[in-house]
Each structure stands twice: as C-alpha cells, then as structure tokens.
Design a protein around this ligand. Sequence first.
Ligand code: DLZ
Length: 207
Amino acid sequence: MSTDKTIKGLVKSDVDYDGSSLRVAIVHARWNKVIIDALVAGAVEKLKERGVKESNIVIESVPGSFELPLACSRMIAGSHIQTGSNVTDLLGGLNFGGSPSRTGTPAPAGVANMPSQPFDAVIAIGVLIKGATMHFEYICDSVSQALMRIQLDTGVPVVFGVLTALTDDQALERAGLGRGANGKGHNHGEDWGLAAVEMGSHVRRWN
Ligand code: DLZ
C-alpha cells in the first residue's frame, strides 16, 4: 500500500446524482470577490455537469458572509415566487459560460410573482479571512451555526460554502487559485455544487 495516500478529503460518491429536475440557489458574499467568483464558477460548473438546468440555477449576492444566513432563509421561504426573469449578465465580472437566473433584479411587468418550483438546495458561499481582531471568529461561528439551523428548520439542504481561512493563500488554494509551493489547489466550489445535487436528491427521496 502506498504511503503517500492521503486519508483526508471527500471520497467521490458511487452514484452520479441526476440534477435535471432540481432547482438550486447560490447565495454568495462579495467580500474577497476574486476568490468568491472562482468558487461560484466551480459550483455552477458541477451543477450543470450534473444536469441542473441554467434556468433552475438562481444566483443572489449579499455584501458579506454575515448576511448569508438571512438571505438563505428568505430565499428558501420565498422560493415559490420568481422575483426576477432569467438574466444573463451575471455579476458583471463573473464569466463561467452560463446564464443562471438572478433574483433581486427588478422583474419586468408581468413576470413578478410567477409561481416556480421550490429550491431543492441552497449553496451559501463566503470567504472569511482572519484579520487582526476577533471579527473573524464571531462571524465564522455565528454564520456556520445559523446556516445549520436554517437547513434543519426548513428541511432544505444548505451547503456550507464558507471558507474560513487564516491566510490569503489558504483561501486562494481552496478556490483553485493557489500561487504557492502547493500549486493551484482545489476549487471547493466544485464539491459544493456536487453536494447540492446529492443532498437535493436525497431529500426528495426522504420526503
Ligand atoms: C467586516 C468584514 C470583515 C472584516 N471581513 C469579512 C470577510 O473576510 N469576509 C466576509 O465575507 N465579510 C467580511 N466582513 C463583512 C461582514 O460579513 C458583514 O458584511 C458586515 O459586518 C456587515 O454586516
């Protein structure tokens, strides 16, 4: 047996979950946006690879990670209402070859309040990087606890896509943007996209 095999990390599922009937929201913070963009792109890529339709991927942004729980909670609660139409100009700078719909965009006349399918999963994406004060600790703790509470209270999977990094380099590596001796690293957004499809599929089966 090879000794260099790591025991850490996610083992790929034996099942290729089919996301073709799922509706998924991505809620992301805008702090540390270069890293956020890569993570969102990774998540979208895997959602689409698993068959989630572009029109069923809804992306919303909030200022910082602290705002993620409220946004997830309200999006789940209001997910039967389509507040915006499909919008192709994603976040101005994001470029990952897709055109998921956005909420929060003023809906054209006649589009607002159209019923739509509830979200099967929500991915909350934020990047917290430790600074000189206790700010990081408070936000990491409250956000992770709140996101867990939301998924348990609502029964809708909330994927924990919040990087809690001690340094810029740690965060970059976890978004596949590493610049150090460890190489580019791995984009965890991809894992979060797969987790959303898997958990959304499980919950449909369990209900
Ligand atoms: C204020 C702040 C700081 C210092 N650092 C981060 C960070 O690294 N990542 C992040 O997502 N947000 C940060 N914020 C903003 C807070 O999350 C929040 O947006 C503000 O405190 C307003 O509620």
